[in-house]
Design a protein around this ligand. Structure first.
Ligand code: ZN
Ligand code: ZN
Length: 402
């Protein structure tokens, strides 16, 4: 390197440092889990050439928790959960946020237990439900942000595929039937009930057949049932007010099993059967509006920057923008090849994660993460990952670094 080049580089560094001290810094970090290999790859959107890799024990679902400070890598078939500090943290300072950026790093030892599955992040705690362990582990988000794992165990009467959530001073937990089952069959899920933290019931069962797919928005928890969508909200005298929103009579025969809850407004988006979505307004009228999809859904995600918008990928390889307030598809564009929903639910298919203006979509067949503009639905970049990129998560934002 010549003297001039060195001097130039030094000057550029100096300018960058000066700019960083004054201008807000924007950083988005993407985490991708492979379908076949037990590993997680991380990279920054603005410098995707630098990679971090984490060896884990099995295929993982990646769930950002503790305000994006931590990624929970839930390995259901390997009976463990790995917590990875995302390295991008935003701290609220009232009129602005501070951003701190460091390398991502695994936290402590993996959490172990029989078939961890659903994860709830609510009320300052992250809850891992162990479907065959008959328990849920409640982890303090404050400790997680500090790089520590602090656990309180919540016992359940019968192990089942469900969830538990801290909610207005109680734990709301799914409840399974105590009727005997054949062999390895999972017990039938009956509904939702409030418990104290030691696992003793403090309320009556709210019936919700086959309850599945919890989400939070505003003052509400919502979950799908055979008969409709059940909502729960804090009621008078510490009680929980439940309400069953039945599927409207003009809906085709189908149910909701997955829900997403918006953060910045009180609204949910769920599936309704394999080729429909349902917008749920828990306190409004109509409570449920259906959006028909042209093909079966592969994955869907809400837009954290624009809570009235969601994106859904259908098996024909097209991405659609859904306006939740209008309950309509407002734009569609091809983004990949076809990914048929015939076959196993866990076959390698794309997954979506959305940040400010960007949809990050894994494309397992192409070995890529595709970056797609939320505005135009056009691809703006592709990042070679190799293998079969599967579950994907994105954390970050903009903040001051003073
Ligand atoms: Zn500050
Ligand atoms: Zn489930």
């Amino acid at each position: 390197m010549t003297f001039t080049a060195l001097r130039g580089a030094g000057l550029a560094l100096l300018l960058a440092t000066a700019a960083q001290a004054e201008d807000p810094v924007e950083a988005y970090r993407v985490f991708v889990a492979d379908h076949a290999e037990p590993k997680v790859t991380a990279f920054d959107l603005n410098a995707p050439g630098t990679r971090w890799e984490f060896e884990i024990a099995g295929q993982a679902k990646l769930i950002p928790v503790a305000d994006g400070a931590v990624i929970a890598a839930v390995q259901s078939d390997a009976d463990q959960v790995r917590f990875i500090a995302s390295g991008v943290t935003l701290e609220d300072h009232g009129d602005h946020a501070d951003i701190a950026i460091s390398d991502p790093a695994a936290i402590g030892a993996p959490l172990t237990g029989a078939r961890p599955f659903h994860v709830v992040d609510h009320g300052g705690e992250t809850v891992i439900h162990f479907d065959r362990g008959g328990r849920a582990d409640l982890l303090s988000n404050a400790a997680l942000k500090d790089g520590r794992i602090e656990i309180a165990q919540f016992p359940q009467a019968r192990a089942h595929h469900g969830f538990a959530a801290p909610f207005g001073g109680v734990i709301l937990s799914t409840v399974a039937s105590d009727a005997p089952v054949e062999g390895d069959a999972a017990p039938v899920r009956l509904g939702l009930r409030a418990f104290d933290r030691s696992g003793s019931p403090v309320g009556d069962l709210a019936p919700c057949g086959g309850i599945h797919g919890e989400a939070f928005s505003g003052a509400y928890l919502a979950a799908g049932c055979a008969e409709g969508v059940l909502t729960a909200t804090p009621g008078p005298n510490g009680a929980i007010a439940y309400r069953m929103l039945p599927y409207p009579a003009d809906f085709p025969a189908a149910t909701t099993g997955t829900l997403l809850g918006a953060k910045a407004m009180q609204i949910f988006l769920g599936n309704h059967g394999p080729d429909g979505l349902v917008v749920v307004d828990p306190a409004g009228e109509p409570a449920m509006t259906r959006v028909a999809l042209p093909f079966r859904r592969v994955d869907f995600a809400l837009d954290p920057a624009d809570p009235a918008m969601a994106y859904v990928l259908t098996e024909d390889g097209r991405l659609h923008r859904v306006d939740l307030l209008a309950a309509k598809i407002t734009a569609s564009a091809p983004v990949t090849g076809t990914y048929s929903m015939d076959g196993h639910w866990n076959d390698p298919r794309p997954r979506l994660a959305v940040a400010d203006g960007i949809i990050a979509m894994s494309d397992p067949r192409a070995g890529l993460a595709r970056l797609i503009s939320t505005e135009t639905l056009k691809e703006t970049g592709r990042i070679e990952i190799g293998g079969q990129p599967y579950d994907i998560a994105i954390v970050g934002g903009a903040g001051a670094t003073h």
